[in-house]
Ligand binder design. Structure first.
Ligand code: UGA
Ligand code: MN
Length: 301
């Protein structure tokens, strides 16, 4: 096993020391002597306050901390940053930038999730990326499941790459580009007949050069639900240009997960996952403690 130690300045302020033993080195894809020659990965994650936010982000951070030369851009939906998310990011030792952007208040627009947040991250990259350095960006929702191999694959992206996505709910169990002679010729996906780019948000990556070549390229609230990716990609490329990854799009390296919101916790926000705080919260919410028949003597101590 190879170990790699690096240090760099994080947006969080301090210098991070990283000791990692990764899949990439173990499989020989990665050569530890030239880590900084690898294209940087900007991983863009919209996130919002809900009971699964921290557990989801813990899972994602434990994946991302295994990947080298990665910059995690997390964008909170709202006006303010969350202290819980901030400390999770600091503890993760991942190089990160934590921003916020509010979704519009109108219900119709809110049905399009992550739009304002992804656009905020794109503007940040356009403003802060050191031009000339090779980098790839990828939209990683906070609740999906990602293999480490995915990150090695997306680093190869020259313009726009595509790859299959597994689904854990709905009619189809996957979505994948259809390949003929190494070229994308269509898609196995819902509405593949009306969508030019029938890809999931988790099913493509782009070289950051595209963001500079197409300065105005962004996501929009005017697109119908489910057409975000289509709208975004139409601004910069044609199907013919798509680069198939994941062994000619035969491997599933990422799953789109739908976590069901726990009914009990629907109105709970800004949870502090500390048992004393949780007990305090429980004491305030008498309904919950009655429903669970929690012994009053224990609770009131
Ligand atoms: C699907 C797609 O995979 C998303 O990329 C797409 O943004 C979304 O549909 C959509 O409807 O536009 P889905 O699993 O249904 O994803 O959506 P969520 O996982 O609930 O949200 C996508 C991302 O946006 C997540 O990272 C989530 O944390 C974030 N989000 C969601 C917000 O920032 N604010 C919200 O109010 C809801
Ligand atoms: Mn999701």
């Amino acid at each position: 096993m190879l170990f790699y130690i690096s240090s760099y300045q994080g947006s969080g302020g301090g210098t991070f020391y990283d000791v990692r033993c990764t899949q990439e080195s173990a499989t020989g894809v990665f050569n530890h002597t030239n880590v900084l020659d690898l294209p940087m990965l900007y991983i863009i994650t919209p996130t919002y306050d809900r009971p699964t936010q921290i557990p989801d982000l813990v899972r994602l951070s434990n994946t991302l901390r295994n990947v080298r030369n990665l910059h995690w851009i997390v964008v909170e939906d709202g006006l303010n940053l969350s202290n819980h998310v901030k400390s999770l990011l600091q503890d993760s030792k991942i190089l990160y930038t934590y921003l916020s952007a509010s979704s519009p208040s109108s219900y119709v627009k809110r049905r399009l999730k992550g739009i304002a947040q992804r656009n905020k991250a794109l503007s940040w990259i356009r403003k802060n990326h050191q031009k000339g350095l090779d980098a790839v960006s990828y939209f990683a929702d906070d609740d999906n499941s990602y293999t480490l191999e995915l990150f090695s694959e997306i680093r190869k992206t020259k313009k726009i790459s595509v790859f299959p996505v597994g689904f854990t709910g709905g009619d189809m169990t996957f979505q994948a580009p259809m390949i003929e002679n190494g070229k994308v010729v269509g898609f196995y996906a819902w509405a593949h007949d009306i969508r030019v780019f029938a890809v999931d948000m988790a099913g493509f990556a782009l070289n950051v050069r595209v963001l500079f070549d197409y300065q105005k390229m962004m996501f929009s609230y005017t697109t119908p639900a489910g057409m975000n990716e289509e709208y975004f990609l139409k601004q910069c490329c044609t199907v013919d240009e798509l680069e198939p990854l994941a062994n000619n799009c035969t491997k599933i390296l990422v799953w789109h997960i739908r976590t069901q919101s726990p009914k009990l916790a629907k109105n709970i926000s800004n949870i502090d996952w500390n048992v004393s705080s949780l007990i305090k919260r429980l004491k305030i919410n008498t309904k919950i403690y009655k429903r669970n028949r929690i012994n009053e003597n224990i609770l009131m101590r």
